[in-house]
Design a protein around this ligand. Sequence first.
Ligand SMILES: [Zn+2]
Length: 103
Amino acid sequence: MTEVPENVMETQDLIPYILSYTSRILTDEIVKNYSKKLEEYINNVSINADDHILNIIKNLEHPICPRCGKSMVLRTARKGSNKGSQFWGCSNFPSCRITKELV
Ligand SMILES: [Zn+2]
């Protein structure tokens, strides 16, 4: 068995490890400034958590093109009997014209 390095640990050992460092490196003012910046950032993020999760799920669900292996993207039919309906089209279009029905 290899020896575990000092900075690799189990989760429950993390807090005691952090607390073992007692010398101050950052001043109160620096910490305050960073807290303020973080808070401003959090308050200004325009996308909410639900939309963010939906986006992730949507991206995960992108099928892979069976012909060229590129990811497929949602497209909207511009003409024909399916005009206005969505389908998966290869992102490699027009080189690859593979499409897939949106389920
Ligand atoms: Zn393709």
